[in-house]
Design a protein around this ligand. Structure first.
Ligand SMILES: C[S@@+](CC[C@H](N)C(=O)[O-])C[C@H]1O[C@@H](n2cnc3c(N)ncnc32)[C@H](O)[C@@H]1O
Length: 302
């Protein structure tokens, strides 16, 4: 497979907007780098790049519509200047190498670890290891939106639960739930490549019998104990009736991919279906989590 990467040079204040736009355009990965060419770094959980100018890079398939990408990036101040962006064609191997150089085992909460192929963590019987290969679908744990979900999941008891991971990407959240003892996990994504990556990663982690992969069209509503969705604010709002309807009375939901400034709007779309709702933040991202009313027989229908 051949890839192309756009890098756009923006001020620190505009980096989150450029990152969000590239993700909404379906970038297979988005990374940040110091524009002065200092070490490559995807922001670690809880940190913010201090560089005054940041290069935001989005990876796309080679035949992607470049005009569409540039038009969407027009919303970033100064992005229309040709000297602010650059396209670069890259091969699979280069991408994998860059990914591996940046990726190390990471712990989320007390028990959950994401461990890249070939790497080890110190033995502790309480650790839960999610083994991930450098697939190209989003979801390696390095993004704050995924980190928020993993930390939330780490703090929940999901043994024996039926779980939905909507917008599964690499399957990272669904696989983590399965390894924590979930009885059944339905992983949904509208990108075939993500579903293939999820199935591969499920096999690699020995949880294929627990995980079922499907498209939104194939998804059959059945009441879940836990629903997780790390997508973006706009699709989360559109999906509110569907995701609430998937939740059994008293079930738990976690929504991520939401910028701080978008939290109220997303909360408003879900509030009617939730008895309790709370937020957790990391950098400019917020996770909304809540519980549906245990007394209400059936959440609002789609
Ligand atoms: C930000 S990634 C999250 C991946 C992973 N769950 C994680 O937490 O890292 C969002 C995923 O949602 C998928 N997606 C976006 N909109 C969707 C929709 N309307 N229905 C289903 N999947 C969607 C994308 O293809 C992508 O794989």
């Amino acid at each position: 497979m051949a890839w192309t990467e756009i890098s756009i040079s923006v001020t620190q204040d505009d980096a989150a907007l450029a990152e969000l736009i590239l993700e909404e355009l379906g970038a297979l990965a988005v990374t940040l780098q110091d524009d002065e060419d200092n070490p490559v770094l995807e922001p670690e959980p809880g940190t913010t790049p201090l560089w005054p100018t940041v290069q935001v890079r989005g990876l796309f398939e080679r035949d992607t519509d470049r005009e569409r990408v540039l038009a969407a990036l027009g919303a970033v101040p100064g992005a229309e200047r040709p000297d602010r962006f650059r396209w670069r064609n890259i091969g699979d191997r280069d991408w994998e190498r860059a990914w591996l150089e940046r990726f190390a085992p990471m712990q989320f909460g007390r028990q959950l670890w994401i461990v890249p192929g070939g790497m080890q963590i110190p033995f502790d019987p309480n650790n839960i290891e999610i083994r991930l290969d450098p697939g190209l679908a989003f979801g390696t744990g390095t993004h704050p939106t995924t980190a928020l979900c993993l930390r939330w999941l780490d703090s929940q008891e999901v043994r024996g639960a039926a779980v939905v991971d909507y917008g599964c990407g690499s399957g990272i959240l669904g696989i983590a739930a399965a390894l924590k003892g979930a009885r059944r996990v339905v992983c949904v994504d509208n990108d075939q490549q993500a579903l293939e990556a999820t199935a591969d990663n499920a096999a690699r982690n020995g949880v294929s019998t627990i995980i079922e992969c499907c498209t939104p069209q194939e998804y059959q509503r059945e009441l879940a104990d836990v629903v997780m969705a790390n997508i973006l604010a706009a699709p989360l709002i559109l999906l509110a009736p569907r995701l609430l309807a998937a939740l059994r009375p008293g079930g738990l939901i976690a929504l991520s991919g939401i910028l701080n400034v978008q939290a109220d709007e997303v909360l408003a779309a879900y509030r009617a279906g939730l008895l309790e709702a709370a937020t957790q933040t990391e950098q400019e991202w917020v996770l909304i989590h809540g519980r549906s009313d245990p007394e209400t027989p059936g959440a609002p229908r789609e």
